[in-house]
Unconditional design. Structure first.
Length: 150
C-alpha cells in the first residue's frame, strides 16, 4: 500500500507544474536566483489576443497570460483599459527573453505602445514590477508547458 501511495504521489508531482487549475505553466530560469513558475491563461481567440488582461483589478504573483504567435515578428502591446501595472516580457522562438517592459495603465489617448524591438514568438504578461523583484532579465531562458486547447 505504501508503495502504491508513493507511486501515485510521484506521478501527481510530475503533473503539478503544467496542470494547476487548468492553467499552463511558464518557467523562467534565472542562473543567479533559480526558477520562477507562472501559471498562465493562454490567449487562443482573436478576442483573447485583443483584450489580454484588460479590466482585471488584480493579478496574483504566480499568474499571468501568455500570447503565443504562429510566427516570429516584431510585436506591440498597449495598456488601454488595463487597470493594473503589468510587466510585458517578449520571448523569441528559442525561448530566450529579448525585451521586458514595466508597463503602467494608460490614461492617455492614444496609449503609447510597448514594442518588442526584435522578432518574437511569445509575449508574457505578469504582475507589474515582478521582473524587478525576481531579477528576471533579458537573456533568461523560458520553459513552456502548455495544456491542450480548450
Amino acid at each position: 500500500m505504501k508503495m502504491l501511495l508513493l507511486l501515485l504521489a510521484t506521478a501527481l508531482a510530475g503533473c503539478a507544474v503544467s496542470n494547476v487549475e487548468g492553467y499552463s505553466a511558464v518557467t523562467v530560469r534565472n542562473p543567479e536566483l533559480g526558477e520562477f513558475t507562472f501559471f498562465v491563461e493562454v490567449a487562443q481567440t482573436p478576442e483573447d489576443f485583443r483584450e489580454g488582461l484588460m479590466f482585471r483589478e488584480s493579478l496574483d504573483d504566480d499568474k499571468g497570460m501568455l500570447f503565443p504567435y504562429k510566427d516570429s515578428a516584431q510585436r506591440s502591446f498597449w495598456m488601454k483599459n488595463t487597470l493594473i501595472p503589468l510587466d510585458i516580457i517578449f520571448i523569441d522562438e528559442n525561448l530566450i527573453i529579448k525585451r521586458i517592459h514595466n508597463a503602467v495603465p494608460c490614461r492617455e489617448n492614444p496609449c503609447p505602445p510597448y514594442v518588442s524591438g526584435v522578432p518574437v514568438k511569445y509575449a508574457l504578461e505578469i504582475r507589474g514590477n515582478l521582473t524587478t523583484e525576481k531579477n528576471i532579465k533579458e537573456g533568461n531562458v523560458v520553459e513552456l508547458k502548455l495544456n491542450e486547447k480548450r
